[in-house]
Design a protein around this ligand. Sequence first.
Ligand code: GLN
Length: 521
Amino acid sequence: MTVSATGTSTTGSTTSEATLVSRTAAELAGMIASGEVSAHEVAQVHLDRIASTDQAVHAFLHVDAAGALAAADAVDAARSRGEALGPLAGVPLGLKDVFTMQGVPTTCGSRILEGWRPPYDATVTRRLRAAGVVVLGKTNMDEFAMGSSTENSAYGPTGNPWDLARIPGGSSGGSAAAVAAGQAPIALGTDTGGSIRQPAAVCGLVGVKPTYGGVSRSGLIAFSSSLDQAGPLARTVLDAALLHAVIAGHDPLDSTSIDAPVPAVVDAAVRRDVSGVHVGVVRELAGEGYQPGVEARFREAVAVLEELGAEVVEVSCPSFAYALPAYYLIAPSECSSNLARFDAMRYGLRVGDDGEAGAEEVMSLTRAAGFGPEVIRRIMIGTYALSSGYYDAYYGQAQKVRTLITRDFTAAFEGVDALVSPTTPTVAFPLGERTGDPMAMYAADLCTIPANLAGTPALSVPCGLADGLPVGLQVMAPALADERMYRLAGALEAELDARRGHPLLHEAPRLPAAPIDEEQR
Ligand code: GLN
């Protein structure tokens, strides 16, 4: 898709531009390191691609063309001085608007942060810069990462590049759409209940939620602190691993950051051997509510893993059935506390400050105007669940269920190395279909939430199409064993690509490309 979409003569693109936006991050880094192409040219081609397609896709909330080109020029200069370049140096990236980036507008998809320019970089942003990764801009997301479709963004929804009338998933929908649309080879998202894996699945990408604490949350605007985790979105398992390796590792600025070596994810991604790996299929993540085409692609992919030498058994995780209700008490409870900081005094929006109104009144007017309906719903649920007299009945009970889910994982991993399931019960649904029905929207994360509650890592890898739309297979591993997911996913990806004769993304339809306005350059 990415090739044909920019390759059309109406966009005025050259063949080289058309080719560059379809390259993987690993390929681009190699081309830049060898001098075949400059980082500047790579950045410019992706900025042009955004200019020609983002009116239709709306993946970006802010494009930082000047910053991106300056970062690319710094990589080119380092290369010309003969300095060794890192494995992602010069590679463009879309950054979810939940990460702070010094001086660059950061809204978290909310009106309440409109106009805010953070005074500091998130640790993840700092590590990207240090690695020479070229941040193109900030990507669209559900407000404060609450949602599964990016329709809760205060700045309007994003379209799925496979079908612009469908959701790109959420809450990291802008990041996923950018990668699927050829606007960036890689992107970063955050996953509190599925917000990296679910968009990856419905956009035909690889998406990874690392082990909780594996990637620093410093400078990541908090939704639900005991669940939030940053991670990569990419077109290949290797690209995801390369990005994972750049952002992961201990950070003294985050007290929940794990002080342990980063799992060897890059080696695992290219190992392509799963013989003797014990894989458990989760019995409870199937059946009613699952689209037949999704179940069929999932079962076929499991059969492929078996043909490749994995030993597959069925595993029961009975408490997974209660993951969704437990999550929808814990996440709102934590967000009601985290979002108290948006008080009209410290950041962004301030409403009703006429010199007469008291601080409390300004606070209340600002919060009423600045937060959207889903955020308000969650703050109200969370405040109620945490209130005295209800705490034990709701929040306390949900934490007990969380322990049962963790025990299901522990028991399962005594018998198998990794667990698998579909990533989502259905393929991308039409925009608007679930906006009036929060329960239906929440169901999109049925399969992804257990790993967040347990703090264990999970990954989504494309496993085919159902009704012409991508299906994802989820791999779950024990905490700190992230490399196992990359090993399984890398082998499956290589085999499926070989049988198909090309990567799945090549089957995506063309995007309607608008002509590039030369003035914008
Ligand atoms: N869709 C889930 C929610 O709305 C998960 C969001 C996320 O992972 N950030 O809370």
